[in-house]
Design a protein around this ligand. Structure first.
Ligand code: IPE
Ligand code: IPE
Ligand code: MG
Length: 241
């Protein structure tokens, strides 16, 4: 296995895990089977991430727009999330992974919410990979909720208009404890962000791959990390070469 530092300086990698449904349909299976397979890939990537110098891994599991899908698929996904948490909690903890969720928990069912809380509590003091799962997450929704909280704090006299800064806004987002993503990977050939981390990823590098998420391998992740490393990130400045 390659040495961590040789491969990447991507501290924070975010993944739009897309293509589960099409993967299943192409095999004559129901869409949910693709999601089930996708969970295996999450396990692989979580396991591999620390070996490649990734300190923060954020995965998009369910968007605020995904409620538009059939009731069967939505329920199936919610059950899968519960199964994932129940099945993985002990291993994640043993692997020293700290798990947090971002997104609006309000619309999720009580059982799922309590499993999420439990997993966060269980892994709270772990010092290894920081795994963030975006569940009922939408970037615009996150910003809207943040603005609501800022307005409330202003109304209570806790902040003044001149206190509003980029840093302050970041602090009010669900991701307040995370650095901005360095790299966003999207599988399945779609070249769009679909409301994933619009504020945080404004200077991220994007890699789009045609591979469907259920077929994504650690070997491909390493290839993508190598590609990322060759990029010249300028952040608006002039390259020093
Ligand atoms: C990503 O796969 C998983 C979720 C959005 C929950 P999709 O379910 O979007 O798969 P495709 O894009 O329809 O193939
Ligand atoms: C984005 O994928 C959401 C997740 C991966 C959870 P979608 O499949 O929902 O995005 P669109 O609809 O193709 O833009
Ligand atoms: Mg999709």
């Amino acid at each position: 296995m390659q040495n961590t530092d040789q491969v990447t300086h991507a501290d924070h990698v975010a993944v739009i895990m897309d293509g589960n449904g099409r993967w299943a349909t192409a095999r004559g299976l129901e869409r949910l089977k693709g999601h089930v397979k996708g969970v295996d890939r999450v396990r692989d990537v979580v396991r591999a991430a620390p070996k490649f110098g990734i300190d923060f891994l954020t995965v998009f599991a369910f968007s605020t727009e995904n409620w538009k899908r059939s009731e069967r698929e939505v329920t199936g996904l919610m059950n899968l999330f519960k199964r994932y948490i129940r099945g993985e909690a002990a291993t994640l903890d043993e692997d020293n992974v700290r798990v947090r969720f971002i997104g609006d928990r309000g619309p999720l069912d009580r059982k799922l919410r309590s499993l999420m809380d439990e997993l966060e509590r269980l892994t709270e003091t772990n010092t290894g990979l920081k795994l963030t799962i975006a569940l009922n997450y939408g970037g615009r929704d996150e910003i809207t909720r943040a603005v609501g909280r800022i307005a409330k704090a202003a109304k209570m006299g806790m902040i003044a208009p001149e206190d509003v800064s980029e840093q302050m806004i970041s602090n009010f987002l669900d991701t307040s404890e995370l650095p901005d993503p360095d790299l966003v990977i999207r599988t399945s050939g779609e070249c769009r962000t679909s409301n994933f981390l619009p504020w945080q990823a404004c200077y991220a590098e994007y890699v789009f791959t045609d591979t469907a998420w259920p077929d994504f391998t650690v070997a491909e992740m390493v290839k993508i990390l190598t590609q990322f490393r060759a990029r010249d990130r300028r952040f608006g400045a002039v390259a020093l070469k």
